[in-house]
Design a protein around this ligand. Structure first.
Ligand code: RM4
Ligand code: MN
Ligand code: MN
Length: 430
């Protein structure tokens, strides 16, 4: 029998915290009213916010040293969807799922699609994988895929992407993300310009096959798995490529794919300005592509990114339609708990960014008052919006305390029993 984390359990747990929440919510409401902000408008926005969950995020990750399997890991895409459902039920922000092919390739697309649908979920985005060799694969990606020197390898990589698109249509997805591991480990290994030309040619073939209504996202990354150089190394190259491709190609920003100290909010603002921002893979990092939970290291950066996004949203910039997704990997936490935590942090940054007094900020900017301009941002960032987030979740049928309710449900113990072989199955993480 399927173990359900049911509405009854959530409601029972919520009752324990509801009085305190209402009290905090009323108090915050009065505070915000003094600032001319109506709390209900923010709660509505929090409730409407959506961020997609990566199927590969519900499994345990691993480093290049080791992988420590967690109990009850999903063994196939259907079990991954079950875990995504838990994240959705408790946070009420994550109905979309991002799939990785071939890790998540179903025998029947129709079956997977309806499996998700009956749970209130949908397949949002496809991701191709040409950074690993699969057991049945003819040619190796050891020295690259779309940019490989051998045209036969390039063709194989393109074909894999076309297969993802075909499957994506059947699953009802709306975007396709291409991230490649192509690059060089040593100076001289790759001809820098020729490699990019070959990569772009491959992308053109994928772009030409893009189904109606689909958007193509490309994802830059400065290093790893290649340690000296990558073919799509930064947002500038990414921007160039999306322009070369056409109006349905966009640059995706994974927060872990930049050098330390890079001003990512500036990159976001520029891509918005140039009409080429695809959206995000949210996560956090101290050094590189650490794939830690969103907001765990640099919450102020996350807020500043949302400050740019909300600014564009409020201005109603034409074509501004960012796809929000999480992309993280968990080594020491329960993946479901980490994904819920990240989803909450992303909504938090979004709501805080809506608290920025933009008229004031504009005045400070006009007068070159750097101090008060920063204060305008800090005031929004330092507002504790937790009661808004919790109220939004609770009203939508989610949990006031997602991690607490999840732990009390016993879901992990149940899946550990139900999925005994899971420890041996690779969840598929890079
Ligand atoms: C990469 C990149 C991609 C993701 C893989 C698993 O570093 O972030 O988005 O698909 O990892
Ligand atoms: Mn990513
Ligand atoms: Mn990454």
């Amino acid at each position: 029998m399927r173990f359900e984390l049911d509405a009854e359990h959530i409601a029972t747990e919520n009752r324990k915290g509801l009085t305190a929440l209402e009290d905090d919510y009323d108090h915050l409401g009065r505070q915000l009213a003094r600032r001319g902000v109506e709390i209900e408008r923010l709660t509505e926005r929090a409730q409407a916010f959506r961020v997609s969950v990566p199927s590969w995020g519900v499994g345990t990750g691993g480093t290049r040293f080791a992988r420590f399997a967690g109990p009850g890991e999903p063994r196939n895409v259907f079990e991954k969807v079950e875990d995504c459902e838990v994240v959705w039920k408790l946070t009420r922000s994550t109905p979309g799922i991002s799939l990785h092919i071939p890790w998540d390739k179903p025998d029947s697309a129709a079956e997977l699609r309806s499996f998700a649908q009956t749970r209130g979920l949908y397949i949002d985005s496809m991701n191709s994988n040409t950074f690993q060799d699969q057991a049945d694969q003819r040619l190796s990606y050891k020295f690259g895929s779309l940019s490989h020197t051998d045209p036969a390898v390039r063709r194989q990589a393109v074909e894999h992407n076309l297969e993802c698109l075909e499957l994506g249509v059947k699953l009802g997805a709306r975007s396709h993300t291409v991230w490649v591991g192509d690059g060089g480990n040593f100076p001289g290994q790759l001809h820098t310009r020729k490699a990019l030309d070959r990569y772009l040619d491959g992308l053109r073939a994928i772009y030409r096959a893009l189904p109606p209504g689909f958007r193509l996202f490309i994802e830059h990354k400065l290093y790893e798995p290649a340690f000296y150089s990558t073919v799509l190394n930064d947002w500038g190259v990414s921007y160039h490529c999306t322009r070369e491709l056409g109006e349905r190609a966009f640059s995706l920003v994974d927060l872990g794919h930049h050098a330390p100290n890079v001003n990512i909010e500036m990159i976001v603002a520029r891509l918005i300005q140039f009409g080429k921002l695809a959206g995000f893979h949210f996560n956090d990092s101290k050094y590189g592509d650490d794939d830690l939970d969103a907001g765990s290291i640099k919450p102020f950066q996350l807020f500043l990114i949302f400050n740019e996004l909300v600014d564009a949203e409020l201005e109603g910039l034409p074509g501004f339609e960012p796809a929000y997704m999480l992309d993280q990997s968990h080594n020491v936490t329960d993946p479901i708990e980490s994904l819920m935590t990240s989803a909450v942090e992303v909504v938090r940054a979004y709501v805080q960014a809506h608290l920025v007094d933009r008229a004031r900020l504009a005045e400070h900017q006009e007068r070159n008052d750097a101090l008060l301009a920063l204060q305008a941002l800090k005031r929004a960032f330092q507002t504790d919006v937790e009661p808004i987030l919790a109220m939004a979740r609770q009203r939508a049928g989610g949990a006031i305390d997602p991690v607490g309710v999840y732990r009390a449900s016993g879901y992990r113990d149940q899946t550990a029993q139900k999925r005994p072989a899971s420890g041996r199955v690779r969840a598929g993480i890079v």
